[in-house]
Write a protein that binds this ligand. Sequence first.
Ligand SMILES: Nc1ncnc2c1ncn2[C@@H]1O[C@H](COP(=O)(O)OP(=O)(O)OP(=O)(O)O)[C@@H](O)[C@H]1O
Ligand SMILES: [Mg+2]
Length: 245
Amino acid sequence: MLSMKNISKTFGSLEVLKDISINVDQGKVVVVIGPSGSGKTTLLRCLNVLEQPDSGAVTIDNQTIDFSQKVTKPAIRELRKQTGMVFQNYNLFPHLTVIENIMEGPVTVQKQEKSTARETAVRLLEKVGLGDKADVYPYQLSGGQQQRVGIARAMAIDPKVMLFDEPTSALDPELIGEVLQVMKDLAKEGMTMVVVTHEMKFAKEVADEVVFMDGGYIVERGAPEEVFERPTQERTKKFLNLLQH
Ligand SMILES: Nc1ncnc2c1ncn2[C@@H]1O[C@H](COP(=O)(O)OP(=O)(O)OP(=O)(O)O)[C@@H](O)[C@H]1O
Ligand SMILES: [Mg+2]
C-alpha cells in the first residue's frame, strides 16, 4: 500500500534522512520512534511529498514517484491526495467552525458538493465522538477534542493512508487516551497508518512494526515486543531507558 525506498534528504549540508526504506502493507500500522532531530517529521513529510526527497522513491497505492527522475507537480498532488496528515498542534483553521474545518479539504481541493462534504463531516464527527460540536470554533474545544477534529479532517478526503506526527504530545495526560482511542479504532477498521509517537502502550497494542530512528538512520526495527523488550542495538536500549524515566 505504502512504501518508501532508499529515501535520502538533505537540508543544506545536513543529511537528515539516509537511505530510509519502509514498507507498510494494507491495513498495517508502523510506529516510528526516535530522539528529537532524528528525522521523524521529515520522514512523514517525504511520504506525502510536503518535502521533496533528494533520491529514492515513494509509492502509495500503486502510484510511484521516483525522485531520481524529474517530478511533476500533478504527480505530487495526486500522491498527496492519498494521504491524511495529523499534526502535533492540530493545525485547525481558527476562523472556521469544526464542521467547516472538516469540509474545507473536500470542498476546495476535491471540489465536492457542499452537501456531500457536510454529510461526510457529520459522519466523521460522530465517529470521533464529537457529533454535538459541529458548529463551535476550535478555541471552544479542549486539546483532545481539537485533535479528534484534526483526525476527522484528515479522514475527510478519504485517504488511503494516515500519517500522524506526535498527535498526543501537546496534550495534557488526561486527554491523551481519547485521541489514542480514535486512532486505535481507525487501525481496527483496517486503516493503513504511519504513526510517530512515544506512547509505548499504544505502540505495543497497535503497531505491526516499530521503527527506531536515530541520526537519520533506521537503527532497529521489528515487532513491538522485539524492539521494546529485546532491543539489540545500544542506541535503542539507551533511548528506551530515557523514555521510561
Ligand atoms: N526545513 C528545514 N530546513 C532545514 N533543516 C531542517 C528542516 N526541517 C528539519 N530540519 C532539520 O532536520 C533534522 C530532523 O528534523 P525533524 O523535524 O525531522 O526531526 P524529528 O525527529 O521530527 O524531531 P522532533 O522529535 O523534535 O519532532 C533536524 O536537525 C532539523 O533541524
Ligand atoms: Mg518531529
